[in-house]
Design a protein around this ligand. Structure first.
Ligand SMILES: NC(=O)c1ccc[n+]([C@@H]2O[C@H](COP(=O)([O-])OP(=O)(O)OC[C@H]3O[C@@H](n4cnc5c(N)ncnc54)[C@H](O)[C@@H]3O)[C@@H](O)[C@H]2O)c1
Length: 436
C-alpha cells in the first residue's frame, strides 16, 4: 500500500507534561530554530542502506520515508499540574538555563489541558488541574474534545499521542478489557479496573490518532483497545521507553550470548531523584516497572535452549528514589559471567545517565514513525517499533523480541518494505551465488 504524503501540520500530544515531555518539546524547538543537534534520534540522524552495498545508496531515514519535518510539528499536553511548558521544564531540571532561556516564550505557549486523573492509580501525586465528570466515559469524551480543539487551534491536519505520564499501579487486564463492548460498558459504569491512561488511549484511537505508551501501564495493551485500534485503522505501540539501564542490558546481553558466555547473576540497581523516581517509590507503581525491566533477559538468552549457560541466572532489579540526583540517574550493574570450563568473571557497569535526554528522541521517533504507519494504512500493534520499548507490545501468541540488534534490523527492514524496497539480508549477491 502506498504511503500518503505528509500534508499539513502534525500535532504531537503528550498526556503528562513532565521531564520527558518537556525535554522532547524544548529539544525539537532547539533543533529546528537554534541549531542544536537531534542526537539519539533515528528519524533525524540515521541513514538507511538500500540495495547492495556497492550501489552506495544510503539516504537519511527521514528523507527516504518522507517523514513529517520538525518544522511541521505542533504540541499539546495534559497534566495534573497547571505549570506551562517552561515552568514544567524548569521544575524538571533537565535542560540548562542557556538552553531554555531563548525558547521561554515558545515553551510558555504549551499550557497543559486538564487531566483525566485518578489518585488510586498514581498514589504519590495529587494536582489541581483535573477534569470532572460523572463517568469515565464523560472524561474520555472530554479528552476527545481536547484533541479536536487542539488540532483546530494549531491548524493541524494529523495528530499522534505518546503517553509521557506517570507510571500507574500494576494491573492485569480484567473482564472489562476483553472486548470493545465490555470496555465501553465499563466506561459508562465507572469500572475501577479502567486506568486513566486507558481513557487517553481510547480517546486517541476513537479520534483516529495513533497512540504509543512510554510507561509500563497496561494502557492500550488489552484486547478491547487492540480490537478498537484495528477497527478504526489506527496504529498503536508500547510499552515503557527503553532508556538507561535496560538499554544497556539489551545491548550487552546479546553480545554475551553471541560468544556463548554464561551468566550466573545480573544485579541492577538505580538511584534517581526526579518525579518519576518519586512515583516509583510507591511499591505498586514499582511493580509495573519491575515487570518490564525483569522480562528482557529471558527472551534474549533463551535458557530453555542454553540451560548450561543461563538456566541458573539470578536477575534482580532495584530502583531507589534519591532526591539529590534529580534526573541524572545512576545505574549500576554487577554481572557475574563465566567462560571456558566454567571459570567466573565479573563485569561492572556504572552508567551515569540522563533519563530524559535518552527518552526525548524516542518520543520524537515514535511520533514520526506512528504518523508514517498511519499514512501507510497500518493499523493495530506495530511490533516493528519494539526497538524503543522495554516491554514490547505484541500480538497475542507472539513472543516479545528484546535483542536490540534484532529489533533494529526489523525496524529498518520494515521501513524498506513499507517504502517498496527489498529488505537487506547482509549476504552479498555474489556470496549467495557461491553458496548455491
Ligand atoms: N525518563 C525515562 O528515561 C523513562 C524511561 C522509561 C519510561 N519512562 C516513563 O515515562 C513517563 C514520564 O517520565 P517523566 O520522567 O517525564 O516523569 P514526570 O514525573 O516528570 O512526568 C510525568 C507527568 O505525568 C503527569 N501525570 C500523571 N498522571 C497523569 C494523567 N493521568 N494525566 C495527565 N498527566 C498525568 C504527572 O503530573 C507528571 O507531571 C513515566 O511513566 C516514566 O516511568 C521514562
Amino acid at each position: 500500500m502506498a504511503v500518503s504524503p505528509h500534508e499539513g501540520k502534525l500535532l504531537v500530544l503528550t498526556p503528562g507534561l513532565g521531564a520527558v515531555a518537556t525535554t522532547f518539546i524544548a529539544g525539537v524547538e532547539r533543533v529546528r530554530n537554534h541549531g542544536a543537534k537531534p542526537i539519539g534520534s533515528l528519524t533525524q540522524m540515521q541513514a538507511i542502506r538500500l540495495g547492495q552495498r556497492s550501489e552506495n545508496r544510503s539516504p537519511l531515514i527521514r528523507d527516504f520515508c518522507d517523514l513529517a519535518p520538525l518544522e511541521d510539528l505542533e504540541f499539546g499536553g495534559w497534566d495534573v499540574y497547571a505549570d506551562d511548558g517552561f515552568d514544567a521544564a524548569k521544575r524538571s531540571d533537565v535542560l540548562s538555563y542557556q538552553d531554555m532561556e531563548p525558547i521561554e516564550d515558545f515553551m510558555r505557549t504549551i499550557k497543559p489541558m486538564t487531566a483525566a486523573f485518578d489518585k488510586a492509580y498514581v498514589k504519590n501525586l495529587d494536582g489541581p488541574n483535573v477534569k470532572q465528570g460523572a463517568t469515565k466515559m464523560d472524561l474520555a469524551e472530554g479528552l476527545r474534545a481536547d484533541i479536536r480543539n487542539r488540532m483546530e487551534e494549531t491548524g493541524s491536519s494529523r495528530a499522534v499521542m505518546v503517553w509521557c505520564g506517570s507510571t500507574e499501579v500494576y494491573k492485569r487486564p480484567s473482564t472489562c478489557h476483553e472486548s470493545i463492548e465490555a470496555f465501553e460498558e465499563g466506561l459508562r459504569n465507572n469500572d475501577e479496573a479502567i486506568a486513566p491512561s486507558q481513557l487517553y488511549a481510547y480517546a486517541a484511537i476513537m479520534e483516529g490518532v495513533p497512540y504509543a505508551n512510554g510507561a509500563p501501564n497496561l494502557s492500550a495493551d488489552c484486547r478491547a483497545l487492540e480490537e478498537l485500534a484495528k477497527q478504526k485503522g489506527v496504529a498503536i505501540a508500547g510499552k515503557d521507553f527503553k532508556t538507561g539501564q535496560t538499554l544497556m542490558k539489551t545491548i550487552l546481553a546479546p553480545g554475551f550470548k553471541s560468544r556463548m558466555l554464561g551468566i550466573s547473576g545480573w544485579f541492577s540497581t538505580n538511584i534517581l531523584g526526579n518525579r518519576d523516581g518519586e512515583v516509583l517509590d510507591d511499591p505498586e507503581s514499582f511493580k509495573a516497572k519491575e515487570v518490564t525491566k525483569v522480562g528482557v533477559l529471558d527472551t534474549i538468552l533463551q535458557p530453555e535452549i542454553y540451560p548450561d549457560l543461563y538456566k541458573d541466572l539470578y536477575h534482580k532489579v532495584r530502583i531507589n528514589y534519591y532526591p539529590p540526583r534529580g534526573d541524572a540517574k545512576e545505574g549500576w550493574d554487577n554481572i557475574d559471567i563465566f567462560g571456558w570450563l566454567g571459570y567466573p568473571m565479573q563485569i561492572k557497569v556504572d552508567f551515569l545517565c540522563r533519563d530524559s535526554i535518552l527518552a526525548a528522541p524516542i518520543v520524537l521517533d515514535l511520533a514520526l514513525f506512528l504518523d508514517l504507519a498511519n499514512r501507510a494504512g497500518r493499523s493495530g500493534i506495530q511490533e516493528w517499533l519494539s526497538f524503543y520499548f522495554k516491554g514490547p507490545h505484541v500480538e497475542e501468541g507472539h513472543v516479545q523480541e528484546h535483542d536490540i540488534f534484532i529489533q533494529h534490523f526489523r525496524l529498518k527492514n520494515t521501513l524498506r518494505v513499507m517504502m517498496g524496497e527489498e529488505p537487506v539480508t547482509h549476504l552479498s549477491e555474489s556470496y549467495v551465488g557461491e553458496l548455491a
